[in-house]
Each structure stands twice: as structure tokens, then as C-alpha cells.
Design a protein around this ligand. Structure first.
Ligand code: FE2
Ligand code: FE2
Length: 301
């Protein structure tokens, strides 16, 4: 922890948590009405995903592939993207929210405020999961595609291994918090391109934009909660928290080539094996690391 940094006292944390809660009541998507997805106009000629996000976009075999195969791959890219989002919400963020709700940090005087903001975030994430499920199925239905079933995301597998290697309950709890706290910052980077790309299918842009706005509003919830957790940690625990958050950035940037292997199979992609073998396993790592480092220094690690 840097010498000049002081963690805000609990009174200031309480004040900010109350402000965030007020913001949530006015702004969160879960408190607003939404159009029925099934009624949104579908434009067959529009792409369902931003090609600039594909890790193999510059590979010759991708560039020379037939347009209909590329279009199918872009629809499945939307599928992978949302499935990974669903896993992040359900397996990473939700368990950490539940930890705080069930048992807020023992020395914090902000018990009620912490439970308040965390239960609000939990509602947000439940809606985001639902939005991803519906928007994925909408595309599979309109494009008449067999839905992608994939459960083996590297980010999720790594988290599970980390938890299995923990020897005490407090360590598992800290791990769950670290991965969630980093993810809550990184998901904004993850959503940014799609949220800003108006050239793609309207539903894909809208769903990502609404999600990104929610994440933008509630991303500081986790860093304020972190203050009340970090305050009581010793040197080695802080170091562990920092390292776990940095490692989360690595895994966030993972291209999940296993999922792409399944997709190429479903989409009938020529030279699939070569594309997979010649694509780096990580993408955009610099952006994610920068964001993780920013949140680490913000919470005083
Ligand atoms: Fe979310
Ligand atoms: Fe979130």
C-alpha cells in the first residue's frame, strides 16, 4: 500500500454507499421499463457482433471465409459473449454479493448500508443475466441457429481452482471478493465496444449499452465495500488480494478458444483448426491490466 494513500473512514464510506443507493433507485435498469425483445425489429443484413473484437479478425482464413459462414460466426460470437457474461454474473459476482449480504465485514459499522447496496447489485446482476439469456435466444431464433452449449470458460475454471487451493474459509471469502471486485471493474471494458457500436444488430447494441450503463453506475459499489474490507487486512492478505485481482485481469482477457472451437464446428468454418492454433490465447490484456491496476490503487492496495 502506498504511503500517501489513506483508506476513507467508515463514516465517509457510509455516506457514499447511501449516495450510490439513491442513484440506483433512479437509474438502474431494473427500476425502469424495457421494450419486449421479441417486438424489436430484426435486420438480417446487420452483423450481430463487432468484428473488431474477434481475436482472429486478421487471420487470412477468417478474411477469406465465405460471408455466410462469417455471419454465422458473428452470431455465435454474440452467443459466447453473453454466455461468458452469464457466467461472470452467476458464478463470480453473485456469490460475492451473497457473502456480504449474509455476513458483512465484522468490524464495519456500515452493516445495513453494505447489505443494502449489495442486494441492489444482486438485483442488477439478475436482470443482466436475464437480458443476456433473452438476447441470445432472440438471435439463435431469428438466425435459425443451433444454440451453443459451452460450460468450460477459462476464467471460471481458474476461479474454481483458486478456491479449491484455499486452506481456510476467510481465504475463500477473500478470493471470491477479489475476483468479483476486479470483474466489476473489468466488465465495463468488456462491454464498451459493443455498447458503442451502433452499426450492429439493434438488440445486441441496446442490451450491451443498458448493461454497460448499469455497470458504470454500480462499479464503485464494490470499491467502496472494499474499503471496509481492506481496512482490517494485514500485509500478506492485501498482497494476496492484489495478486488475485491482477490475475483476474489476465483471465478476463482470455480469448476462450475452447468456446471458439465448438463454434467453428457448429458454423462450418473452413481451416478452423489452423485459426485456433494460430490465434493468441489472450486479447486486449493491456486494457484490462490498466483497469485492474487503477482499482487496486483506488482501494489502497
Ligand atoms: Fe452486470
Ligand atoms: Fe455489476
Amino acid at each position: 500500500m502506498s504511503a500517501e494513500f489513506t483508506v476513507p473512514d467508515s463514516e465517509n464510506v457510509a455516506l457514499m454507499l447511501k449516495k450510490l443507493s439513491l442513484l440506483w433507485k433512479n437509474r438502474a435498469a431494473v427500476n425502469n421499463t424495457h421494450p419486449e425483445y421479441s417486438e424489436l425489429a430484426f435486420n438480417e443484413s446487420k452483423k450481430d457482433f463487432s468484428e473488431s473484437l474477434l481475436p482472429f479478425r486478421l487471420h487470412d482464413a477468417w478474411q477469406e471465409a465465405p460471408e455466410d459462414v462469417k455471419s454465422r460466426c458473428l452470431s455465435y460470437a454474440w452467443g459466447i459473449y453473453n454466455l461468458k457474461t452469464i457466467y461472470i454474473e452467476c458464478d463470480i459476482v453473485t456469490p460475492a454479493c451473497e457473502d456480504i449480504i449474509k455476513c458483512p465485514p465484522v468490524n464495519s459499522p456500515n452493516r445495513a448500508e453494505l447489505q443494502d447496496v449489495m442486494s441492489e447489485a444482486l438485483l442488477d446482476e439478475a436482470l443482466h443475466t436475464r437480458m443476456s439469456v433473452m438476447a441470445c435466444n432472440y438471435i439463435y431464433d431469428r438466425r435459425k441457429l443451433e444454440p451453443l452449449n459451452y460450460t468450460d470458460f477459462n476464467l471460471i475454471r481458474w476461479r474454481k481452482q483458486m478456491l479449491e487451493s484455499c486452506s481456510a474459509d476467510w481465504q475463500r471469502r477473500l478470493t471470491r471478493f477479489a475476483v468479483a471486485c476486479a470483474s466489476e471493474t473489468l466488465i465495463t471494458d468488456y462491454l464498451r465496444v459493443m455498447a458503442e457500436d451502433k452499426s450492429i444488430q439493434r438488440i445486441c447494441h441496446e442490451v450491451t449499452r443498458i448493461h454497460a450503463e448499469d455497470e458504470w453506475s454500480h462499479s464503485s459499489v464494490f470499491s467502496y465495500v472494499a474499503y471496509d474490507i481492506v481496512r482490517d487486512l494485514g500485509y500478506s492478505e492485501r498482497k494476496y488480494l492484489r495478486n488475485t485481482m491482477l490475475k483476474t485481469a489476465d483471465l478476463f482477457a482470455d480469448n476462450e478458444l475452447g468456446a471458439w472451437k465448438s463454434v467453428f464446428n457448429l458454423a462450418g468454418m473452413p481451416y478452423a483448426r489452423e485459426i485456433i492454433a494460430e490465434t493468441e490465447s489472450c486479447n486486449e490484456i493491456g486494457i484490462y491490466l490498466e483497469s485492474a491496476e487503477a482499482v487496486i490503487s483506488r482501494i489502497g492496495l
